[in-house]
Design a protein around this ligand. Structure first.
Ligand code: ZN
Length: 131
């Protein structure tokens, strides 16, 4: 994997955990605003990083209002696992290093900046929302 100092790994881990908490708060807020009692109950049980069950429950409920957040929470969980296993920081396309600064800005980034730009150019047409 890419080489990071213990301090850098600590910072990346803290960055991911902070992002997870932000997403969790967003999910809780959205669920509470929804007024749907099933969602409100679930909002009270949204759990800590590494607890897959809440994301599973949200997926089961087909909670489209928090779809984006749930997907990103999943990404953060996966990234935290990979970081713990020291299988982290390499671009999934070219195998090069993603880079500490980029990971601090986008902690769930899976591609280096060059591959990301290429990926977006290639797929942007299909992925752009049709308004
Ligand atoms: Zn790359």
């Amino acid at each position: 994997m890419a080489q990071f100092t213990d301090e850098e790994l600590g910072q990346l881990k803290a960055r991911l955990q902070k992002r997870y908490l932000e997403l969790r708060e967003e999910v809780r807020g959205e669920l509470e605003r929804s007024g749907d009692q099933r969602y409100v109950d679930l909002a009270g049980s949204v759990a800590d990083p590494g607890d897959d069950s809440v994301a599973d429950m949200l997926l089961d409920l087909n909670a489209a209002i928090v779809d984006r957040q749930v997907r990103e929470m999943r990404e953060v969980e996966t990234t935290l696992k990979r970081l713990a296993e020291l299988d982290f920081g390499d671009c999934i396309e070219c195998g090069g290093e993603i880079g500490f600064d980029r990971l601090m800005a986008y902690p769930t980034a899976q591609r280096c900046i060059r591959c990301q730009e290429f990926h977006e150019k290639t797929y942007s047409r299909e992925n752009s929302p049709t308004l």
